[in-house]
Write a protein that binds this ligand. Structure first.
Ligand code: IVH
Length: 698
């Protein structure tokens, strides 16, 4: 065995001990969970290869948290264990194989729960009364946080079941919902305080408050997922023989048990379930970082037993990380199509949220100030789902001693004109009419996917065209020739011809795409579609007054004003004429008459009714669903409200929409019932309003 291995093992142990303290004791981690996991995995691999170097005090043999001196110590009679991790389906399969082998070929049922990103907590009840709450700590003893946990609405003070056990410890996770976290940060920013980094850290910090009144303000929640010590009044244990029975039991005592618990008999189904939640994690109003899989049968659990730190009968399937720590190399400012100057972070590239991130937005001047990130800082980078990557904040503990706050530039980096932050606005802008950055971004936006969708015309190509003096605005694109394009650096005849063809093809795009592409402030795709539906041609739209525009459903006063003002400007009228000359589609004058005829032919079964659709339907795509509803006089917005007539739930329906519909009493129907609704305008019979009851309700 080499000296290097031993040195590395020692290094890793020291680093892990340090990060354990930052995370568990100080609530101020210096690295992301994923980076921490990497250290532990490296250590574990080395120890597996060199078993003689494993020591009982190695972090791989222990549960992470240490005791914080300010709260009294509580010894856990039944230790609070940690979980081993599986990072992918293969590791999950390997775990299942070990389980089956451990059971001598027995057939386990796997119960899957979400892995809540909060803090493990043990709640103790004696004669049905809440007497103590303790954190996990190092697994053997934790901290007494009773006063703080007593403020959590989900935690009962008295157990409701008719005969609660003499003694029971209910274990689970204290967490902060995403919406509570957002409210907390809104309050923090309004008070000029630094925002909190993430819900988990806020929950941890909230539990560490010396004043329980402070904790109460933080809106914490609790999910229970396990029993600790338990004994019935006569000294016996209630006869619970499976995990699912345990969960039913804790629910009957009055504890919240999460609704997404599922049992499977094959590990392939388990893996599919894990992938489902990996994709849908952001549908929930709380953060999860994986799925916990547990063997259901308690007798089988006894057979499998524990390692020194974790049960062999459970494993945590961890999602790929959405947060990572890396170095902030520089802060730069880019100028967009509206002249907005957006600061962004240049990062030491890091793999997060499924891709390598080298740049991340910092939103605006104020945000950089509030977050106080500085070049040279170690920063937390977050990329969640489809959301663009962002810098969450600096790791202050790792800040270089000579670091100075970053200053927002005075002048536009593209044209040198002084930047302006208008009164009451968060954004700083370049107002120079001929700023090359603004102009090029406008043209790139014109050509982008949601607008004229001109393939092969990205930002780089636009920069080249503008630099060569070939385009000064988007209308100039239609004048480009193959001969001009081949003169450009690295443009061959084929790609030049393709680009000219693509530009030509874009003249046929539907009017709403063209309206959007013009980049008029506030005029996005949905308002563009609404204007087209109402007036059919560009000339009709430009002829309308602000009042007439504002009267269109989905348009409103602000959009109407900016649109009318934009078309009234002479320079814009000349601009529009260039598009007309190029043959761009300005809409169909006969569309009005046709739409009227179609409306007359389609029975208006949904007149004035709002129908929301979630998930995918077998017989309709998104556009067809919207069309089916609106052509029958209905509306189809993206979210559920009190006014929603029905929610149509297809395959993989969004959990948040379903929950909202349920809480508002909005009828939820399936695809077949939706088809019937389109025909008749009526809901299935089970939603029939009982007239007598309605009168009773007043
Ligand atoms: S069971 C012996 N179930 O994950 C098994 N833990 O890495 C004990 N966690 O300390 C844990 N959701 O803080 C379990 N549904 C769940 C969980 C869960 C989150 C946390 C818990 C635990 C950590 C282990």
């Amino acid at each position: 065995m080499s000296v290097e291995v031993e040195t590395r093992i020692n290094e890793l142990r020291t680093a892990i001990a340090h990060h354990n303290e930052r995370y568990h004791t100080l609530d101020d981690p210096e690295i992301s969970d994923a980076d921490y996991d990497d250290l532990v995995r490296e250590l574990r691999t080395l120890e597996d290869e060199h078993p003689d170097l494993v020591t009982p005090d190695s972090p791989t043999q222990q549960v992470g948290g240490a005791i914080n001196a300010t709260f009294a110590e509580v010894v856990h009679e039944v230790p609070m264990m940690s979980l081993d991790n599986a990072m992918d389906a293969e590791e999950l399969g390997a775990w299942a194989d070990r389980v089956v082998r451990g059971l001598d070929g027995g057939t386990p049922t796997f119960v899957c729960e979400l892995k809540f990103d909060g803090l493990a907590m043990s709640l103790r009840y004696e004669q049905g009364r809440f007497v103590r709450a303790a954190t996990r700590g190092d697994g053997r003893s934790g901290e007494d946080v009773t006063a703080n946990v007593a403020t959590i609405a989900d935690v009962p003070h008295e157990l409701t079941s008719p005969q609660p056990p003499e003694l029971v410890e209910v274990r689970g996770e204290v967490y902060m919902s995403t919406s509570a976290f957002e409210r907390l940060n809104e309050r923090a920013t309004a008070a000029g305080e630094k925002p909190f980094v993430n819900p988990r850290n806020s929950a941890a910090g909230s539990l560490r408050q010396k004043d329980a009144a402070k904790t109460a303000e933080r809106e914490l929640s609790f999910f229970s997922y396990q029993l600790g010590q338990i004994s019935a009044a006569d000294g016996t244990k209630p006869s619970l023989d499976s995990h699912q029975a345990e969960l039913d039991f804790v629910a009957s005592l009055g504890f919240p048990v999460n609704e997404h618990v599922r049992a499977f008999s094959s590990i392939d189904e388990v893996a599919a379930h894990c992938l489902h939640w990996q994709e849908h994690r952001h549908d929930l109003d709380y953060e999860i970082d994986g799925v916990v899989i547990k063997v259901d049968d308690l007798a089988q659990r006894d057979v499998l037993g524990f390692t020194s730190r974790a049960p062999r009968w459970a494993i945590a399937y961890k999602f790929p990380p959405e947060e990572r720590t890396t170095t902030l190399l520089d802060i730069q400012v880019s100028v967009g199509r509206t002249g907005r100057a957006t600061p962004f972070a240049v990062l030491d590239p890091v793999f997060v949220g499924g891709s390598t991130v080298g740049m991340a937005t910092l939103h605006n001047r104020e945000q950089v100030g509030v977050k106080d990130v500085r070049p040279g800082d170690t920063v937390i980078v977050r990329k969640a789902g489809d959301v663009i990557p962002e810098v969450v904040g600096p790791v202050l503990a790792a800040r270089p001693a000579d670091s100075v706050p970053w200053e927002f530039p005075q002048d536009c980096p593209a044209c040198g004109t002084p930047l302006v932050q208008p009164e009451g606005e968060a954004d700083t802008r370049c107002f120079a009419p001929d700023c090359p950055a603004t102009r090029n971004q406008r043209i790139a936006y014109f050509a982008s996917r949601g607008a004229m969708d001109i393939e092969g015309l990205g930002e780089q190509m636009v920069d080249k065209l503008a630099e060569a003096g070939l385009v000064k605005d988007s209308a100039d694109l239609y004048l480009l020739t193959v001969e001009q394009l081949v003169e450009l650096d690295r443009v061959g005849t084929t790609s030049a011809q393709n680009l000219v063809d693509e530009i030509q093809k874009s003249t046929e795009r539907p009017l709403p795409k063209f309206l959007t592409a013009l980049g008029v402030r506030h005029l996005g795709p949905s308002a563009s579609a609404a204007l087209t539906d109402a007036f059919h041609t560009l000339d009709e739209i430009t002829a309308k007054s602000v009042e007439e525009l504002a009267a269109v459903d989905g348009v409103g006063g602000v959009i109407a004003t900016t649109v009318a003002e934009w078309f009234a400007q002479e320079s814009n009228q000349a601009y529009i004429e260039k598009f007309r000359a190029a043959g761009v589609n300005f809409g169909d004058p006969d569309a009005a008459a046709r739409a009227e005829a179609e409306r007359a032919a389609t029975p208006q079964t949904l007149d004035g009714k709002t129908v929301v659709v979630t998930g995918t339907l077998a017989g309709f795509n998104r556009e067809q669903t919207a069309e089916a509803i609106t052509s029958r006089g209905g509306k189809s917005p993206g979210s559920v409200s009190k006014k929603t007539f029905a929610l149509v739930a297809g395959e993989s329906a969004g959990a948040s929409k379903l929950t909202k519909a349920e809480s508002l009493g909005v009828p939820v129907i399936d695809e077949a019932e939706f088809v019937a609704l389109l025909d008749t305008g009526a809901l299935p019979e089970r939603f029939a309003v009982d007239d007598a009851a309605a009168v009773d309700d007043g």
